[in-house]
Design a protein around this ligand. Structure first.
Ligand SMILES: Nc1ncnc2c1ncn2[C@@H]1O[C@H](COP(=O)(O)OP(=O)(O)OP(=O)(O)O)[C@@H](O)[C@H]1O
Ligand SMILES: [Mg+2]
Length: 497
């Protein structure tokens, strides 16, 4: 490559005694799409945060157009044309989509109509279906991600870092997003693309860089890579990861544990009926906005009863209606959130304390005192099982990488020893090794007699994990397939038409 636009040399970032990034060189050409890959905790976010002024390097030199630069704040980096779309959301929830989009241009706020019209036109030009008047707090994860992407694009950045931008987009939205990236490339914008979806990285990138444990493994032309080579670089060995996500043999249903009849809630859940059986993984596939999440939340008490408009839920032969998650948990029903930032954990607390909250939430403290040492032991078990990369279990969750946070959210729910678990997008942001681990665990749970539901908008995940597949469209379950009887396109058709 002739002189790169960005050159990072000898980058180090320490947090206490650990180096999250340990002597990494990285270069980015003008108009280049460069994927940054690695396991959870490898240092991808940290490296790019140093470039975008969010994290101050411990040492190292960053050059822009051949001149050394230092960015004290994200605003400094933005002035130099470097923008980052964060893995963890950075929008202001109480403000509208349009206001978030034009943040920094407050003079536009004086005239509302033009502001919203401009926002609408801009979103449409990107093919993003988001209402500019909506308050960000009412948006789902995917739509918030679109607003973040749109905001970065609007700033006419020279460099945009996308930290797992596609994790919650539907296939259709991904298609638009990749077209958008190609368009940016034509305009000579340079892109750093961070993703755990290796196929996407292979498809879109000019070059690929792999990190492991904060160190550079290799950088090369994307055409010289394939999936196996990337995974070998990520985990540092020829791995057996791939074979472990093979499709499950469909299990015959056990006992009917939960049945839902004519359940309705506002416009999100419309007169839906279905049953769940023990010892089986039920996959629920549906596009974003199809009501999958809301259905699971109403059943498990995560949405308030005053939003529960009608219908019945039976837990075995008992009619139930949960107003708060705690009462559902006491009956053994747990919802594992898709939105870990908002609902998943207490980010200032340690890993152990968060996992310990699982204990308390389930009401174990009523009759027995939970000892710190018990919590520490449970935390140790789960962090070991999931290979949560952190200095210690006393580390605060906010200090973990995105994928490792997800593992803590799952562990926290499982210490509650549930009978019925709804996993909502359980592997979003999680690396290939941990996906295999989480899938294995989900199967193990179901074999031990637990009723397991996996909600996902990633069809290959649904196909590989489910014994039975329900399709959700416009607020209700519209089709059911036994595993192995339906092809991808049949399921997609049911979800869309
Ligand atoms: N503010 C912080 N304080 C302490 N440690 C941190 C902090 N931020 C990151 N780390 C640690 O640095 C390491 C690298 O984290 P980073 O977020 O860069 O990983 P990542 O490659 O982006 O992972 P993921 O794919 O899970 O998002 C991790 O071990 C993480 O726990
Ligand atoms: Mg990250």
């Amino acid at each position: 490559m002739t002189s790169p636009m960005i050159r990072m040399t000898g980058m180090v970032k320490r947090y206490g005694p650990v180096a999250a990034i340990d002597g990494v060189d990285f270069q980015l050409g003008e108009g280049e799409i460069h994927s940054l890959l690695g396991e959870n905790g490898a240092g991808k976010s940290t490296l790019t945060k140093m470039l975008s002024g969010v994290a101050t390097p411990t040492s190292g030199v960053i050059e822009l157009d051949g001149r050394p630069v230092t960015f004290e704040t994200p605003a400094d980096a933005m002035r130099a044309g470097i923008n980052m779309v964060y893995q963890e959301n950075s929008l202001v929830p109480s403000m509208s989509v349009a206001q978030n989009l034009f943040m920094g241009d407050e003079k536009l706020f004086n005239r509302l109509r033009p502001l919203y019209i401009a926002a609408q036109q801009f979103l449409q030009s990107l093919n993003f279906n988001v209402d500019p008047w909506a308050s960000v707090s009412t948006l789902g994860v995917a739509q918030r991600q679109m607003v973040e992407i749109a905001r970065a694009v609007r700033k006419n950045a020279r460099v945009i870092v996308f930290d797992e931008p596609t994790a919650s987009l539907t296939p259709e939205e991904k298609h638009h997003f990749f077209n958008l990236i190609r368009r940016l490339k034509q305009d000579r914008v340079s892109i750093i693309f961070i993703s755990h979806a290796l196929e996407e990285a292979l498809e879109i990138s000019d070059r690929i860089t792999i990190l492991r444990d904060g160190k550079l493994v290799e950088t090369g032309d994307a055409k010289d890579f394939d999936r196996a080579r990337i995974i070998a670089g990520m985990v540092g060995r020829e791995s057996g990861i791939e074979g472990e996500t093979a499709p499950a043999d469909a299990k015959p249903p056990g006992k009917r544990v939960l049945s839902v009849q004519n359940l309705s809630m506002g416009k999100a859940v419309r007169n839906t009926s279905f049953s769940l059986y023990s010892g089986q993984v039920t996959g629920i596939f549906g596009l974003i906005g199809s009501g999958r999440t809301e259905t699971a939340k109403v059943i498990s008490g995560v949405l308030k009863r005053n939003m529960f408009h009608g219908g019945e839920v039976w837990l075995e032969d008992k009619p139930v209606r949960y107003r708060v998650p705690r009462t559902a948990m006491r009956d053994g029903i747990v919802y594992v959130t898709e939105d870990r930032k908002a609902e998943g954990f207490f980010d200032d607390m340690s890993i152990a304390e968060n996992i310990g909250m699982g204990f308390l939430a389930a009401g174990f403290n009523k009759s027995q005192v939970v000892r710190r040492s018990d919590i520490a032991e449970v935390a140790k078990y789960w962090t070991g099982k999931f290979n949560v990369a952190a200095l210690s279990n006393e580390a605060r969750v906010i200090e973990l990488s995105g994928g490792n946070q997800q593992k803590v959210v799952i562990a926290k729910s499982l210490v509650q020893k549930p009978r019925v678990v709804f996993f909502d997008e359980p592997t979003r942001g999680v690396d290939v090794g941990a996906i295999a681990e989480i899938h294995r665990l989900i199967r193990e749970l179901s074999r031990s007699g637990i009723t397991v539901v996996v909600i996902s908008s990633y069809l290959p995940e649904i196909l590989s994990i489910s014994d039975r597949i329900l399709v959700c469209r416009k607020g209700r379950i519209v089709e059911e397939f036994a595993a192995g009887t339906a092809e991808e396109k049949t399921i997609m058709y049911a979800a869309v038409h």
